[in-house]
Design a protein around this ligand. Structure first.
Ligand code: FES
Length: 229
């Protein structure tokens, strides 16, 4: 049985949209925030409140990789392996993380601190490749050293979701308790210069400015004229 606060939140989400079906995603976040993963019972309660059949809610939950179908670690790490990141060393980062966490992609560390995956196809952070997402925060321009620093720090920080090794985080969207490696003013003193930006799953409550300004395109080389050939 979901808690009263979560049921109230789901009811409010239902009433926010013209059709209750539109509230499925944020409702699933609410369940995951409370329970650590999406239990069948929790999704059934969501369906009841939204006046939908349970299979409709469950079908949505299995479509997105950010929803857990089983208990997960306190921190969720997603490493992009698509083209931009692959060209800038994503495979090396994946290998490094696998050795460092001592469990394969899709697994959870023995201490329950991390669940990680390297099957993500583009996080939308191509300009900062190689990139990964940790508890809904982006970390870009990764190197093995910056990954190590981040993982070390996260071990002592509560996770974004309830569940194994984590503490409840309050209202969704999940707010990672991870202090940024870098800010708009620049990286902390003595730190390598990875960049981080927060992603806010669920209903957007405002726009997030990119502290780096608009993304720039690489300058094209001028085409040779026929006289040069
Ligand atoms: S290819 Fe990695 S973020 Fe787009």
């Amino acid at each position: 049985m979901l808690g009263a606060a979560t049921r109230k939140e789901i009811t409010a989400l239902r009433d926010r949209y013209p059709h209750p079906r539109s509230a499925i995603l944020p409702c699933l976040w609410a369940v995951q925030n409370e329970q650590g993963f999406l239990t069948v019972e929790g999704m059934t309660e969501v369906a009841e409140i939204l006046h939908l059949v349970p299979s409709e809610v469950q079908a949505v939950s299995t479509f997105y990789s950010m929803y857990f179908q089983k208990p997960a670690g306190a921190h969720h790490v997603l490493i992009c392996v698509n083209v931009s990141c692959a060209l800038r060393g994503a495979d090396d980062i994946v290998g490094h993380v696998e050795r460092r966490l001592a469990c394969p992609s899709g697994g959870t560390t023995a201490d329950g601190a991390f669940t990680w995956e390297s099957t993500v196809e583009c996080l939308g952070a191509c300009g900062g490749a190689p990139a990964m997402q940790v508890d809904h925060h982006f970390h870009e321009n990764l190197t093995p050293d910056t990954v190590d620093a981040l993982l070390d720090r996260l071990r002592s920080v509560p996770g974004a979701h309830a569940g194994a090794g984590a503490t409840p985080s309050g209202p969704h969207p999940p707010t990672a308790e991870t202090p940024p490696l870098a800010t708009a003013e620049g990286p902390p003193a003595g730190a390598a210069p990875p960049t981080e930006r927060a992603e806010t799953p669920g209903p957007r409550t405002g726009t997030t400015a990119n502290p780096r300004g608009p993304r720039s395109r690489p300058r094209r080389r001028p085409r040779p004229s026929p006289d040069d050939l």
